[in-house]
Write a protein that binds this ligand. Structure first.
Ligand SMILES: [Zn+2]
Length: 326
């Protein structure tokens, strides 16, 4: 197990103003391009996990499986530990062993940031041991679909019903500590449709740490799940809210990749807006998708996010949604 200590010690600050009241058809060449944009349940099958742990505080860790599955945030709280995302089924055993080695308390609550299998596939293990599962009220609707997304050659498998939320998140909610000196353990924000229509973000106020799920990707372009109600506009708006919050020492746990701060978050926002605006402009002047892609609309961001092919894939993903009304 690798351990990288990014920061230790608890952070105490006022709760951020995160809670707001408002709220992927190609043939031939494009199919080949799409092949590398791996939908969540396709990525990383039949490989061996290599666990790493990033310590955010003495009771707060990010656990990764080394296969590209979703980041698992573990918060060890007296009376019952919390997980924000539980990871993929294929790495469940390794993740669970790591959770057990780090936390003094058993996991009593699993909060799922959205419906993708690489984030909630291990939920059932905790559920059968009595943990409550919390997630967006539409999570089960999307997770229970057994369908094939032809454009992505993506077989969306029906989730294990045991992995689904037992507590539905229908709006902003706080989890309060039951301890005498307790405060807010976690603040849960139901997001507008963004990465999907099942997104939530979870803030750990005492540590100033926000798990944003796949709303945010680090070291790669994000995936916009148009087939589950995703929205680039929604992503941009929600990322903007987080940008307005993260002006200090806040830390953001992305769905995948290392923990980031305000600077990296602002760069992510700029990337989304820039590519969105270029796509809009190309659509406005009547360009074809091929002309848009050949204009290299992601050029300055590719080096940080997987290279030119990855940029082209993301540009095509954006084009797909924007030309269909997003
Ligand atoms: Zn996802």
């Amino acid at each position: 197990m690798n351990e990288t200590r990014s920061n230790s010690g608890r952070r105490h600050s006022a709760r951020p103003n995160l809670l707001h009241s408002g709220p992927c058809l190609w043939a031939g060449m494009m199919m080949a391009i799409w092949a590398a944009v791996q939908p969540p349940s396709v990525a990383g099958q039949s490989r061996v996990p290599t666990i790493s742990v990033e310590t955010l505080a003495d009771d707060l860790w990010v656990i990764r499986d080394g296969l590209g599955s979703g980041n698992v945030l573990l918060y060890d709280v007296p009376g019952g530990a919390y997980l924000v995302d539980a990871g993929a089924p294929e790495s469940a055993s390794a993740i669970i062993a790591t959770v057990d080695s780090l936390a003094e308390n058993p996991v009593r609550t699993v909060i799922s940031t959205h419906y993708h299998e690489d984030h909630l596939g291990a939920n059932a293990w905790y559920a059968v041991r009595g943990a409550r599962i919390m997630g967006h009220e539409l999570l089960a609707v999307e997770a229970l679909r057994d369908t094939t997304i032809a454009e992505m050659r993506w077989e969306r498998r029906r989730a294990n019903p045991t992995s689904l939320p037992t507590v539905q998140v229908t709006g902003p909610s706080m989890i309060k500590s039951g301890q005498p000196d307790g405060g807010t353990i976690a603040a849960i924000q139901k997001l507008q449709p963004a990465h999907s229509r099942t997104d939530i973000a979870v803030l750990i106020p005492t540590a100033n740490v926000l798990h944003a799920g796949d709303l945010i990707e680090v070291g790669a372009y994000p995936f916009i799940d148009w087939w589950a109600g995703g929205s680039l506009e929604g992503m941009i708006e929600e990322v903007g809210l987080i940008v307005s919050w993260a002006q200090g020492d806040q830390r953001i746990v992305p769905g995948h990749g290392p923990v980031i701060g305000a600077k990296e978050l602002a760069e992510y926002q700029t990337m989304l807006v820039t590519i969105r605006d270029r796509a809009r402009a190309a659509i406005g002047r009547g360009a074809s998708e091929a002309e848009f892609l050949d204009s290299q609309p992601t050029r300055e961001f590719d080096a940080e996010r997987g290279g030119e092919d990855a940029g082209r894939q993301f540009a095509s993903l954006v084009w797909y949604g924007l030309t269909r009304g997003d």
